[in-house]
Design a binder for this molecule. Structure first.
Ligand code: 4AD
Ligand code: MG
Length: 430
């Protein structure tokens, strides 16, 4: 008998097939027994009909507990009333394992309990829906860049130096040297961009961030495009195109999951380019008008991000930040050298920064001065400075956080649900 997945069940109408999965639920009604089986791709209702109380199939049915693993064999019938539009008329049940009492029941559990059982919680419908959207999101991101001719150049995870400031580095041993887990692939991407023109890296990044917020993970995934000869404006346009492409794809492909999550999709459908663009100083004025106490030179925190996303109903691009609150590599604005040509794209609906990026310094002398100003060891950045000696060009790029983007699309309360196994402040189990 052919083993099929529930998501492909329509192709097996009126055929005998095998479904391999786990008991999601079961119930009985008179001479009928119902088994809801989930196989990872969907949930299907199987039915057993018998006039004999102790028929062999009923006996097996009685043994089944929630999450028991089993193989069901039977006939796929179209049934408009069934949740999947099809039903399995069960002819055989092969039990693989009878599950012990499952700790996660349909009743409400506290979040710390669920996090402790994250390895099982993944099977629950809402968690499953979020992670299903995550796989589509990652595919969409790759398609976007691949279709535009970007070359995928993955950058190292073990690195000898910092990219995004030294306070959030994870240190580890590298034989007789110190190494750090990558905070961003950007610096290496600048080298591959000079070799391939337009590139992206896509991988896990690490920040020993002492912030316990609903927007921060210690380990998160970031896609980082880098384009030789591109200016700040060019990559703002690229970020608008990327975000609108992603949203369109998810709205098209993940209707079912967005429904399960009860996500109102209207705010997402509204997202078309261009996105509003404001400078840091303009944003500051808007924030003050709304009662914020923020002063020039301070970075935006959650309260400021929330106010900005109340003003606009689309993601908003904030540019021209004070140099002192941004990374050492950011290109200063020629007319206002105290500002840099950086951009942060803030999500709508209060989901915070999705993208950080900008134009990089391409002048060798200026970059050297910045490395000194930021107290970074020059010898570690010798190779990076080389890029400014051999055919240096203006270039720009950005990083988009996968989990921030996913949290926003799914409108989930906390970023911990946007990755199978979140790494959080002081928490590394399971
Ligand atoms: O703004 P960030 O720090 O920028 C960079 O790392 C640049 N080097 C990227 C580049 O230009 N190639 O981080 C970029 C994005 C943020 O906008 C956010 O979406 C995400 O990465 N991010 C985090 N996501 C979850 N948890 C954290 N602790 C994050 N820190 C940054
Ligand atoms: Mg940032």
């Amino acid at each position: 008998m052919k083993w099929v997945y529930i998501e492909d069940i329509a192709a097996s109408k009126d055929q005998e097939v095998e479904i391999r999965g786990w008991v999601y639920n079961k119930r009985s009604s008179g001479k009928i027994r119902f088994i809801l089986i989930r196989d990872g791709t969907g949930i299907l209702q199987g039915t057993i009909y018998s006039t004999e109380k102790d028929s062999p199939l009923f006996k097996k049915f009685d043994e089944l507990t929630q999450e028991s693993s089993l193989i069901l064999r039977g006939l796929i019938r179209e049934d408009k009333r069934a949740p999947a539009g099809f039903e399995l008329s069960i002819k055989d049940i092969e039990i693989i394992q009878i599950a012990e009492e499952y700790p996660i029941s349909p009743k409400e559990h506290g979040i710390s309990f669920l996090m402790e059982y994250r390895h099982l919680w993944l099977r629950s419908q809402k968690q499953h829906a979020v992670l299903q959207i995550r796989t589509e999101l990652i595919k969409a991101i790759r398609d976007f860049f691949d279709n535009k001719g970007f070359r995928n150049m993955d950058t190292p995870i073990l690195t000898p130096s910092a990219c995004e400031g030294t306070t959030t580095l994870f240190e580890t041993e590298y034989f007789d040297q110190k190494a750090y887990l990558s905070q961003s692939g950007q610096l290496y991407n600048e080298a591959t961009a000079a070799a391939f023109g337009k590139v992206y890296c896509f991988g896990p990044t690490f920040r020993a961030e002492k912030s316990k917020t609903r927007k921060h993970l210690i380990e998160f995934w970031m896609v980082e495009p880098e384009v030789a000869f591109a200016t700040l404006d060019d990559i703002i346009e690229l970020s608008e195109d990327l975000i609108t492409y992603i949203i369109e794809r998810i709205l098209e492909k993940n209707k079912k999951e967005l429904d399960i999550l009860e996500r109102d999709t209207e705010p997402l459908e509204r997202i078309k380019k261009p996105f509003p663009r404001v400078t840091y100083e303009e944003a500051l004025a808007q924030l003050k008008e709304k009662g914020s106490k923020i002063e020039w030179g301070e970075d935006f925190g959650s309260p400021e991000e929330n106010i900005m996303s109340e003003i606009y109903d689309k993601p908003v691009c904030i540019t021209h930040f004070p140099a002192k609150i941004k990374a050492f590599y950011m290109q200063p604005d020629m007319e206002r050298p105290d500002l840099v040509l950086g951009v942060d794209v803030l999500a709508s609906e209060g989901y915070g920064e999705l993208i950080g990026g900008g134009q990089r310094i391409h002048d060798s002398g200026l970059l050297e001065r910045k490395i000194k100003e930021f107290n970074l060891p020059k010898e570690d950045y010798a190779w990076y400075l080389d890029l400014r000696k051999y055919g240096s060009v203006p270039h720009s790029g950005f990083g988009l956080g996968v989990e921030r983007t996913l949290s926003w699309i799914c409108k989930i309360k906390h970023i911990r649900e946007s990755i199978p196994f979140p790494r959080l402040l002081y928490k590394i189990y399971p």
